[in-house]
Ligand binder design. Structure first.
Ligand SMILES: [Zn+2]
Length: 256
């Protein structure tokens, strides 16, 4: 508290009252809010606060925190993005193979695997035929993938569609990329709509939705689903927010 007061006393005049109804306002970030607001006058104050809390005033990967293995293992709703890294040697201890397999076997953490199978069956009943394309990926696998993309497209472009090793939800064993039968290298619009409308009922969200690249730092990825459990996935779905925003607004309190 005395630190908080020192921050305010050391600042030039600011309209602190303007922040009073913003639930995720964090006094430690006040200077960053003000700078970010200067640079982004099109945003309202609540948006400024959330975006700065996420870390968006800094370039992705430039400043990040790193979870412990225990944190990663014990929290199925953990936020992983360009500001929150997993330990290089983190590997979930409850990976199970999905019952679908073709030439390759896919793994998810057991709860997510069961949920995925329910999702796939429910989709099938609505004539949406999906199958896994990639699920759990180790740090090393992600490193190989990212390096390949970087060599092919350059770092800047690769960063819009592939996470650097340690920063991928796939390393959590809680993310799955799907394809649909009707369009093999992506999802059809119908299939995508179905996922947007229904995946939360089985505990999944479409993690990188359209028009959110400035928040998620990834291009639209209709095929990438993140498991959060039915309760949280439903709340995220109903909020209309990205998980980065939702986490800052509603999940952080319980984590700190
Ligand atoms: Zn993915």
């Amino acid at each position: 508290m005395s630190d908080d007061i020192t921050i305010i006393l050391n600042m030039d005049y600011i309209d602190i009252l303007a922040f009073k109804d913003i639930s995720n306002f964090d006094i430690r970030n006040i200077e960053r809010y003000l700078i970010y607001q200067e640079e982004n006058q099109e945003y309202d104050l609540a948006t400024i606060v959330t975006y700065v809390n996420i870390g968006l005033d800094k370039k992705g990967y430039s400043e990040y925190s790193e979870y412990t293995k225990e944190e990663a293992l014990n929290d199925l709703t953990i936020l992983v993005n360009k500001y929150h890294k997993l330990p290089d040697d983190y590997e979930p201890d409850d990976l199970v193979a999905l019952s679908y397999h073709n030439s390759y076997t896919y793994y998810l953490r057991s709860e997510a695997a069961e949920a995925y199978e329910r999702l796939q069956s429910a989709a099938l009943l609505d004539n949406v035929i999906i199958y896994p394309f990639s699920a759990y990926r180790s740090y090393d696998t992600q490193n190989t993938l990212y390096t390949r993309y970087k060599e092919r497209d350059g770092e800047k472009k690769a960063d819009t569609y592939s996470a650097r090793p340690g920063f991928s939800e796939h390393q959590l064993g809680l993310a799955i990329d799907i394809r649909s039968n009707t369009l093999t290298d992506n999802l059809t619009n119908n299939d995508y709509e179905w996922m947007l409308d229904n995946s939360y009922k089985y505990g999944f969200i479409v993690r990188y939705p359209k028009g959110c690249q400035h928040i998620t730092q990834f291009m639209e990825e209709p095929w990438h689903l993140r498991y959060l459990g039915i309760e949280v996935a439903t709340k995220v779905h109903n909020s209309g927010l990205t998980y980065d925003e939702y986490y800052d607004l509603y999940m952080k309190e319980t984590q700190d």
